[in-house]
Design a protein around this ligand. Sequence first.
Ligand code: SF4
Length: 288
Amino acid sequence: MIEQRAKSVINAVPGMPFSWSINPYRGCYHQCRFCYARRTHTFLEEDGVGRWGSRIYVKVNAPAVVRGEVARNRKIRHVAIGTATDPYQPLEGRYRVTRGILEALRDHGVSAGIITRSPLVVRDIDVLRVLARVAGASVSVSVATMDAALARDIEPTVAPPAQRMRAVRMLADAGITVHVALAPVLPQITDAPAQIDAVVRAAQEAGAARVWHNALNLHDITRDAFFGYLRERNPELIASYAALYRGRYAPQTVADEIDARVASARARFPAQPVERIRSCAPTQLSLV
Ligand code: SF4
């Protein structure tokens, strides 16, 4: 772990649904085998396959930097947090960088959309509830499969899927708009209709306002990391993955089939969007 004093923290993001992003850390303890953010390590000449989970940079001064940036640039009205790292990976328990950033955004009336695989996000429900009221806040909790053993294989140090769904329930009950990101969907590994149904149904039962998804893309060094996983755990799939992923994306027919399966699951287990900001009793922040 390396403490770092960042000069700037908010990134302008062209060509995406959001215009600004914040990544409180660089690197991620969770070491998901499919992680597309691994390539950001190579920008620092770090090994994005072997050291993605062990050389983690902590932007310790990020909350103060964010305060300055949003005060200076009034065009920043919304930021996406965690597009290239998990903002609630274990180091956040100690450093509270993400929490400090949320407090800065709250104080300046800037809305936030968080993406995480970690139930630790419920620690910050108190800040998120205020931010939701003053500017807007939403959380996407990523769950690739409800199969705990498979999840351990592909997301080795992330909390089990059921625990993540409990976090979804707690966020929803606290009045925070919460989505489940069924992401990424891995062809031939997590894309069976029953597997997709299980995530969408669990999201519905947990009170998620929406389930969104995307299919695996194997860009750059993510390909090395993912084929390493296949060699270790699913060698019988190497040939078919090599055929499917001649480029960064699987063929359109595969993506279309995944879209259709998710659409079918959503139709059978529809989310119930609810504007939940309400003055409810304090939520018990238990992760167990
Ligand atoms: S939690 Fe997200 S950023 Fe971290 S390794 Fe997994 S996919 Fe990558």
